[in-house]
Design a protein around this ligand. Structure first.
Ligand code: ZN
Ligand code: MN
Length: 438
C-alpha cells in the first residue's frame, strides 16, 4: 500500500538587502560606486572605522529609504535613529555595523496581501577577496563597499507558495528601479535575497525555521525553495523536525546545503549609535517625498490595460523596464496620428523586440506606416470610393450635419468595404471630413 504524503503549507518570509545608488556613502563623502574599482581606492578614516573618525548621515540615502517605504505603504517614523549592531568579521572594520534596531525609518507596510514588517537603513560591509600572494593562500579585504548605504526590507511570513515569492521580489526590483534609488542588479550584489521557509501541517507557524541565505538570483531562490519543500516534507513525514539552520544553494549539486546551525539567537548587543544624532521628520517633509514618487509598475500595468486595451501579458512585459514603457507610450502617441493601434505597437515590442532595431519610437512608427501604406490604394481611388459611399448614405450625411459625429466611423467602414480593406483609414477620414464639411 502506498504511503500517503501529508499535505503541508509552506510558510515563507523574506529579507531583502538593496544597495542604494547614492553618489556618496552613508556616513562619509567617499564614492558609493564601488563596483569594479581598484581595491581600497574609495575609502577614508570614517569608512575604514579608524579611531576618532566621526560619521555624518547622507540625507539622500535617508530620503531614498523613506521613498521606498512609502511606495510599499509603510508608516514613516517621525523620529528615528541609528544603532550599533556588534559582531566580529574581517570585513567589518569597527567590529559593529551601524544599522537600525528598534526605530527603523519605515514600519507596517502592505503590498497586496503581504505585510511588510519594516524597511531600515544600514551600512554595507567591506568585501573579502580570497587570493594567492607569492604562493600563499590569503584573504584580503577591500573596503570600497564599506559603508555604502543598504536598505533592508523584512516581510512577515505571509507567502504560501513559491511563485508569489518570486513575483513579489521581481516587483520589488521593478519598484526600486522606477524610483531610481538602486540598480537592484543581482549579479553585482546590489540586491541580495534571503528567505525563511518552513512547512506547516495546519497553516499555523512551525516550530522551526530554515533560512536560505546568500542567493543571488531569482531562479536559484526558486529552486532552493522548491528543494526545501521536498526535503522538509520527507523529514516531517518520517516524524522528524528539520534542524533550525542557515542553508545556501549549491547549483552544481542542485541542492541546498547547510551553512550554519544556529543554537540560539546571536546577541548583537545593540545600542544607540552615540556619534549620530537621531532623525526627525515633519509631515511636510514626508509629504514632499511622497509627492516625488512616480507612477509605480503596478499602476502603469493597470493603466496600460485600461487605456490601451492591452492584454495583461503584454502590459506585464512592457512595464518591466520603465524605459521600454516610456518608449511604448511615445510610440502610441506617434501612432495615434497614423491610425497605428497601441496593440499593434505592443505586439512589435513584446514579440519582435523592434525597439532594439529602432531606438527611437517615431522611427518605429514611421516604419510601420511605410510598411502598411504599401498595400494601400492611392488617393484618387480613395476619393472615388468616398464619393460613392456618401452618395449611398445620405441619411448618415444628414445625421452628421445634425451633430452625430459617430457616423464618421460607420462611413469609414463603408469606404473600407468599397476598397476591399485596402484603404488608409487616416486618409479616408481626412477626405470624408473634407466632403462632409463642404
Ligand atoms: Zn569613506
Ligand atoms: Mn542587514
Amino acid at each position: 500500500m502506498e504511503e500517503k504524503m501529508a499535505d503541508y503549507t509552506p510558510i515563507i518570509g523574506l529579507e531583502v538587502h538593496i544597495e542604494l545608488a547614492t553618489a556618496s556613502k552613508l556616513f562619509c563623502g567617499c564614492s558609493a560606486d564601488h563596483f569594479g574599482k581598484p581595491a581600497n581606492t574609495a575609502v577614508c578614516p570614517v569608512c575604514l572605522g579608524l579611531p576618532g573618525a566621526l560619521p555624518y548621515t547622507n540625507k539622500a540615502a535617508v530620503e531614498s529609504t523613506i521613498k521606498f517605504g512609502l511606495a510599499l505603504n509603510c508608516s514613516i517614523s517621525k523620529f528615528s535613529k541609528f544603532d550599533r549592531k556588534h559582531y566580529f568579521y574581517a570585513d567589518l572594520p569597527k567590529g559593529y555595523q551601524i544599522s537600525q534596531y528598534d526605530m527603523p525609518l519605515c514600519t507596517g507596510g502592505k503590498w497586496n496581501t503581504i505585510d511588510i514588517t519594516r524597511v531600515h537603513l544600514e551600512e554595507d560591509t567591506g568585501k573579502l577577496v580570497h587570493t594567492e600572494v607569492e604562493g600563499d593562500k590569503v584573504s584580503l579585504v577591500d573596503f570600497n563597499r564599506s559603508s555604502v548605504p543598504l536598505m533592508e526590507l523584512v516581510t512577515e511570513p505571509d507567502f504560501r507558495d513559491v511563485d508569489s515569492v518570486i513575483f513579489f521580489l521581481e516587483e520589488i526590483q521593478r519598484i526600486v528601479r522606477y524610483l531610481g534609488i538602486s540598480t537592484a542588479d543581482m549579479e553585482k550584489g546590489s540586491m541580495r535575497l534571503e528567505a525563511n521557509i518552513s512547512l506547516s501541517p495546519d497553516g499555523s507557524l512551525s516550530p522551526y525555521k530554515i533560512e536560505l541565505k546568500n542567493i543571488n538570483s531569482f531562479r536559484f531562490l526558486k529552486k532552493a525553495m522548491l528543494f526545501e519543500i521536498t526535503r522538509q516534507t520527507e523529514l516531517l513525514d518520517k516524524g522528524e523536525i528539520p534542524v533550525q539552520e542557515t542553508r545556501g544553494w549549491d547549483e552544481r549539486k542542485s541542492a541546498t546545503v547547510s551553512q550554519r546551525t544556529k543554537e540560539e539567537a546571536q546577541d548583537y548587543r545593540y545600542f544607540p549609535e552615540p556619534d549620530i544624532p537621531p532623525m526627525r521628520f515633519s509631515d511636510e517633509e514626508i509629504e514632499k517625498i511622497k509627492g516625488s514618487i512616480p507612477e509605480l509598475p503596478s499602476q502603469k500595468r493597470d493603466r496600460f490595460i485600461k487605456d490601451y486595451s492591452l492584454p495583461a501579458n503584454y502590459a506585464d512585459v512592457l512595464v518591466t523596464d520603465k524605459g521600454r514603457a516610456d518608449y511604448f507610450e511615445e510610440a502610441v502617441k506617434q501612432g495615434g496620428k497614423h491610425n497605428v493601434s497601441p496593440k499593434t505597437l505592443a505586439d512589435l515590442l513584446v514579440n519582435k523586440n523592434l525597439d532594439r532595431e529602432f531606438p527611437e519610437a517615431p522611427a518605429l512608427v514611421a516604419k510601420v506606416v511605410e510598411l502598411t501604406k504599401r498595400d494601400y490604394v492611392g488617393k484618387g481611388e480613395t476619393e472615388a470610393a468616398v464619393e460613392v459611399v456618401l452618395a449611398q448614405n445620405q441619411k448618415a450625411v444628414e445625421d452628421y450635419k445634425k451633430g452625430k459625429g459617430e457616423v464618421v466611423g460607420y462611413l469609414i467602414g463603408q469606404v473600407q468595404k468599397e476598397l476591399k480593406g485596402k484603404g488608409d483609414t487616416g486618409l479616408t477620414r481626412e477626405l470624408l471630413l473634407k466632403k462632409l464639411h463642404n
